[in-house]
Design a protein around this ligand. Sequence first.
Ligand code: FAD
Length: 348
Amino acid sequence: MAARLSEPPNQWSVLALDRGSTSDMSEEEQDGDLSGVSDPNYFSIPQDYLNGRLVRNPRFYGLGGTAMINGMTAVAPSRYLLDQLWPEGWKWNDLFPYMIKMQNHYCYYLPSSITGISDADCRQWHGKDGPIDIAPPLFEKMPQLLIDIMSECNTSIGFMTDYDNPTNQYGCYFQQQFRKPANKSDPQSPTIRASTWEAYLPGVDRPNLRILDSATVLKLVFNDNDPTKCKGVVYEYKGQIYTAVARKEVILSAGVFSTPKILQLSGVGPTAWLEPLGVKIVAENSQVGKNFLDEMALFTAFETTEELPTLPWGADTCGWLLNSGLKEIWRRLRPQHDCENSMGPEIC
Ligand SMILES: Cc1cc2nc3c(=O)[nH]c(=O)nc-3n(C[C@H](O)[C@H](O)[C@H](O)COP(=O)(O)OP(=O)(O)OC[C@H]3O[C@@H](n4cnc5c(N)ncnc54)[C@H](O)[C@@H]3O)c2cc1C
């Protein structure tokens, strides 16, 4: 965001504060095994619907954020879910131009005989020359068994070569990935992680952009005369406390856990929680810090008759397991639900 905002040279100056250190960054391709998580002991409170279990909440502090350690899976949101469940302004048609804008998709560099994506579909559903490279699934690293499963899947629920094509987001698929190949026209070419840091920041040297790492925002500062206006932030840097005052505006984008935390520490949140802790209320909002929905992952174990190699990129690359598994569970939990005619796998 800081890189994009500072593109016009004479419009405004941007100060980006991040609590992580730049030295934590690595361009190497990793498999999202969570070894780089910044605070591995950060857990949820006991979850009512998980039999009281605590759930680990991984994240990464540093430029590029959690994109530096995530699974690199490049999957567009489901059109069905966006259109059915998301508020006005966040529907598929609103977000689609931005999905296209950020992409530099492999279907523009590899023939459709390799990608399985036709030229017309490529032009309709994917972007070229955007900052984030999307590379094809690592077929060459896949054991034959998974390829066989895909082929079998093709004759049952169907195989999608491109989950991002919203006209058909039901079936099994191999995940496309945020990876930057050394040679885009060679599917075997080595790749590095295409994180938001890698895509937007290296080599960016602009007089109107200042990035301060190891700077932890503690709270927001509001205008004395008009507490609905945020005018700056208080942050800690090398043991000292500073205040940065914005001439234009403050954008709080500290991830799904820290953003509501900073709001609450600043007095924006549920009065019933904050007042007993001595936090002065600036704006009562009972929803700040609530309604977190995690991504559900369903891991299924199979015993195989043939020995399989260790998968370098995680077994979840096989989306088929997720889709068909969920379908079966829903069939059992909700036998009255019409799975066959449902619009998407997400609720079936
Ligand atoms: C294990 C895991 C695997 C994932 N796999 C995938 C995947 O394969 N594909 C995919 O698309 N998505 C994946 N995701 C999700 C994706 O990584 C996140 O949705 C995305 O990174 C969120 O971006 P963000 O900018 O909102 O937050 P983050 O990326 O978390 O960035 C928040 C930033 O704020 C900084 N910050 C936090 N608190 C403060 C503070 N007090 N002061 C200053 N700075 C602060 C942090 O240092 C960080 O740089 C995965 C997530 C996880 C945890």
